[in-house]
Design a protein around this ligand. Sequence first.
Ligand SMILES: Cc1ncc(COP(=O)(O)O)c(C=O)c1O
Length: 407
Amino acid sequence: MQFNFNKITTRKDTNSVQYEGTEPIFGTQCLEPFWIADMDIETPEAIRDAMKKRLDNGIFGYTIWQNKEFYEPIKHWWQTRYNISLDDSDIHYSPTVLFTIGETMRQVSSEEDGIIITTPSYNIFPNLIESNHRKIVESPLIYDKRSKEYFLDVDHFTSLCRNENVTMYIHCNPHNPTGKVWSKDELETIKNICEANNVYLVSDEIHMDFVRPKEDFVSVIDLSEESDKILAATCLGKSFNLASIPHSYFITKDKKLAQVITETAKEVYQVSNVSSLALAAIEAAYTECNEWIDQLNDHIQGNFEYINDYINEHLSDCLSFDIPKATYLGWISFEKSGFDTDVVHKAFIDIGGIAVSPSKLFLNHENNHFRFNAASNRIRIEDGMRRIKDTFDYLYDTQNCKSGTYI
Ligand SMILES: Cc1ncc(COP(=O)(O)O)c(C=O)c1O
């Protein structure tokens, strides 16, 4: 069956953060948005049908997650898509991925401890670390111009892990915002360094279903053995555009930590029941939507190729872009334009009328990149690229005006 990812569906009157929540970051509403990581693409029909069926029952009381409708689809997905066998006892419900990461941090580290993140970093990790009174320890990724890939600075990472105040590392695989996919060798190196220095390894794998090709995704769970200090957190929120249907799960062989997180969710936060709609969605997604997500990845790859061609044709003087091997987030540099970074980000808003994520949010201290969400129909992507071109055309025009060459 061929799925149509170019259908235009309005998000008017849905209170979407993507469209209606731009004010706190961009200072204004009514921008064409390509910032937050959700999709302008409908959730697959199979999932919507399953949720409708559940709705038809009419009763939505407290729902237990420890049941076969939770474990079986998750095991099926990991086995058939990633060739990883899981036991029920490896899999645990959690309300959100960030709840899992935050709770792991609270359990395995103490206040004032250092928590490593690779930078640029998904913007919420630094907030999560600081709001839990821990210290952000940055391990800047190195960009290799030849291979056009980001790499871990292994020596620097090792020296950070050796610091006795450092107790946890938040790994992001695939990596938001760069789209890096970590190889098995890289993961083994990281695992060994963390193990040798007693640093807890938490892997955020929320974008795992957007690795192209899918065979290149290696979960830390694939390297994990009984009672290793390793945990992976994920959900279906990104893959099937279900961010407003609360749910997530984590996988670990560390039974002690799993028990503590589950008990804390139950006793301290009272958030231990699963959404009945999420349960229906998980079963349909993980048993019926393999082909859908493969085709969605083809569509996203097509959008990235369009963006790449457009930049080469119209914006090669000012933008550099490498098609990412994962996620639906493009990480685009305007370093070579030479324009002041604040001026560019302001012009995106004032001239392009477009909301793209400024890279300072991701601790890209030069702030000379922006993150562009490509999970949309092609018409919106074309419109977004025109807005970016209008922005830079304006900047070049005003610059020429200033230098007197513009008449
Ligand atoms: C890497 C990463 N982790 C976590 C999240 C949010 O996950 P959740 O809403 O389940 O906490 C996002 C959302 O953009 C993300 O990109």
